[in-house]
Write a protein that binds this ligand. Structure first.
Ligand SMILES: Nc1ncnc2c1ncn2[C@@H]1O[C@H](COP(=O)(O)OP(=O)(O)OP(=O)(O)O)[C@@H](O)[C@H]1O
Length: 637
């Protein structure tokens, strides 16, 4: 039946076409990566076969010796990469080699700028695998047969990487896949034993199955007879799963290449942690911190999780149960001796051994980040820029590791040397004033809004450092972070500002006296603004501005309100507290204003202005302009 299907020409899916074109151009300067990608696919195919064979041993077809064979023909200008792995059916070929199934591809393509240099970095993290064959080949053939299928169910796929490909049924005696590259004129250098071997050594030494290449002909075997003979093949790699080797035996560049193999990332990782655990549970883990966030980091269905092996047998990709969501950027492998080979995702979720491994791996991952932070400031800054916002989900998600996660957080600050999010809570504490009891912070929409906030005035005057937070997640983060190293964290815009021992007794007495003196004014203000405010009070926060808005301790802040509104959730109504600066000349003048209507207009303007300074939108902009115009008119009279 299968052989009845004749040759068919099909178009690439639009996205595949775009990506293909872009990739050929962007990766041109690093052509040799094609071999890594194709060997990587062959090794994955061997992993998949081994896994399938756990339940269907017959698919081995008496050939249990899994390997990759690389051959070449210098005269014809071809290179072939063959494996005896899982292989593909006709449908598999169409969906795997004609489309790009990964979710988010369309958004990814939209994000491309057209600037080749920038795009090549983006494309690097996308991982284009099989298509990289077209960097060096102007036409590519794939011969494949799925393990367990009959000899007649072979598939022949061919394309010149432009707009379409052909697919036809064929006979294939051996299971698995052969990729034949017809090299471009300028890539013929790759049809060479030395060159190919060199690339395999560089990129694929860690591959767990043998990568075989023709043995160079013996010097004295130049007679006609021996040239007729088929060449012998020899393994050119170690063929041992990298994570099973002792740490001291693995070189950094081997760790790096292995990372690229499992993550499909073209960039080196920032760091890794390789551990063998023995005892009640036995497992080996190798975790990596990538250098760049994947384009689908924020996509809930994005790729995440570790590669799971059980006793060296590959079981599944993206095993999500081994790390919490806030560590979803970590890549790696876990190989366990305590999980059943027949495990499924559902079983993993219920397995207590997995729970224990998850908590140990979480600690490992946090330790690895903490080491990176200690050892390499620049690398940690890169990590923070790419993944900081994800890590900020941690304190809310993982109570038991809150303290450790908090140590990894980085903040912008009013400290003179802070240039962006580069100060830790420990840095802050080390600089605290002798009498300072709390860690102060401010949440705003932007760095500029934060730095210009009137709430910082008193802190500037007294030289007290304040952490500045401007990420969307910050208010949520801080609602889960009440304390660090025995010090409470205080939002400077909330409650009645009490600087504790930082205010001396005389200042406190003076404040109390003022509160008494200004009581009548505050009542007038409350009457004038009515329901627009919760209350009005004398401010201890301000030195230069006449007024500001504060929040009650338990009220929801602006950032959280916006997030809830955007997600369509009901938002509780909160009213601000209106604080006046008794030292400001404007407040003195207002106190003397006898005309209540004029007083109300002026107070309303002052209130709106404070609201604007907080980055809010005015609730009634028309009223604001009317009152402002009235005032301007009076000035012009
Ligand atoms: N040698 C092979 N044997 C069996 N299946 C293969 C082989 N090469 C590719 N495939 C199939 O084609 C799919 C697409 O391969 P491709 O290399 O483009 O992407 P990938 O390996 O899934 O990920 P990445 O794009 O990040 O490399 C693979 O997921 C696999 O299912």
């Amino acid at each position: 039946m299968a052989t009845e299907i004749n040759k068919e020409t099909r178009g690439f899916e639009t996205e595949a076409k775009q990506l293909l074109k872009l990739m050929i151009h962007s990766l041109y300067s690093n052509k040799e990566v094609f071999l890594r990608e194709l060997i990587s696919n062959a090794s994955d195919a061997a992993d998949k076969l081994r896994f399938e064979a756990l339940s269907r041993p017959d698919i081995y077809e008496d050939d249990t010796d899994l390997k990759v064979v690389i051959d070449f023909d210098a005269e014809a200008g071809t290179v072939s990469i063959s494996d005896n792995g899982i292989g593909m059916s006709r449908e598999d070929v169409i969906s795997n080699l004609g489309t790009i199934a990964r979710s988010g591809t369309a958004q990814f393509l939209e994000a491309l700028s057209g600037d080749q240099k920038k795009d090549s970095q983006l494309i690097g993290q996308f991982g284009v695998g099989f298509y990289s064959a077209f960097i060096v080949a102007d036409s590519v053939e794939v011969l494949t047969r799925k393990a367990g299928a009959s000899v007649s169910e072979g598939v022949h796929w061919a394309s010149s990487g432009e707009s379409d490909y052909t697919i036809e049924s064929t006979e294939k005696t051996t299971r698995g896949t052969t990729v034949i590259l017809h090299l471009r004129e300028d890539s013929r250098e790759f049809a060479d034993s030395f060159r190919l071997k060199q690339i395999v050594k560089k990129y694929a030494d860690h591959i767990a199955i043998p990568v075989m290449m023709p043995k160079p002909a013996e010097k004295d075997a130049e007679d006609a007879e021996s040239t007729e003979q088929k060449p012998e093949f020899e393994a050119v790699n170690d063929a041992k799963a990298l994570w099973t080797r002792p740490r001291s035996d693995v070189k950094p560049d081997e760790y790096e290449e292995f990372y690229k193999h499992i993550s499909h990332d073209y960039e080196k990782p920032l760091g890794w942690s390789h551990n063998k655990v023995e005892g009640k549970l036995e497992y080996t883990s190798l975790l990596y911190v990538p250098t760049r966030a994947p384009f689908d980091l924020w996509n809930r269905d994005g790729v995440r999780g570790l590669k799971l092996y059980v006793q060296r047998v590959f079981i599944m990709d993206q095993a999500e149960q081994f790390l919490p969501l806030y560590l979803r950027f970590i890549k790696g492998v876990v190989d366990s001796n305590d999980i059943s080979l027949n495990v499924s995702r559902e079983i993993l979720q219920k397995d207590p051994a997995v729970d224990s491994m998850r908590s140990a791996l979480t600690k490992r991952a946090l330790d690895m980040l903490s080491k990176l932070k200690k050892d390499d400031k620049d690398k940690y800054a890169t990590f923070w820029r790419e993944f900081g916002q994800v890590l900020k989900e941690g304190p809310g998600e993982d109570f038991s590791n809150r303290e450790n996660i908090s140590k990894l957080l980085m903040f912008n600050s009013t400290h003179a040397e802070s240039k962006g999010q580069d100060q830790s809570l420990e840095d802050y504490i080390a600089r605290m004033k002798p009498d300072q009891e709390k860690i102060y912070y401010l949440i705003a929409d932007s760095e500029k809004a934060a730095k210009n906030s009137p709430h910082l005035e008193i802190f500037r005057k007294k030289g007290i450092e304040v952490l500045l937070m401007t990420d969307r997640i910050d208010e949520w983060l801080m609602s889960h972070l009440n304390e660090f190293d025995g010090k409470s964290l205080q939002d400077v815009t909330r409650g009645e500002l009490d600087l504790g021992k930082l205010d001396d007794e005389a200042e406190k007495a003076e404040q109390e006296k003022r509160e008494e003196t200004f009581k009548p004014l505050l009542e007038r203000v409350k009457t004038a603004l009515g329901e627009r405010i919760k209350e009005s009070r004398v401010s201890h926060r301000l030195t230069d501005s006449p007024a500001c808005l504060a929040l009650d301790d338990d009220d929801m802040g602006a950032q959280m309100r916006r997030i809830m509104e955007a997600s369509g959730q009901p938002v509780p109504e909160t009213k601000p507290i209106f604080e006046l600066n008794p030292d400001h000349p404007l407040i003195g003048k207002l106190e003397q204003e006898q005309d209540e209507e004029r007083f109300a207009d002026l107070i309303s303007l002052l209130f709106d202005q404070a609201s604007l300074a907080d980055g809010n939108e005015l609730e009634d902009p028309a009223r604001f302009s009317r009152q402002l115009n009235k005032l301007l008119l009076e000035l012009c009279d």
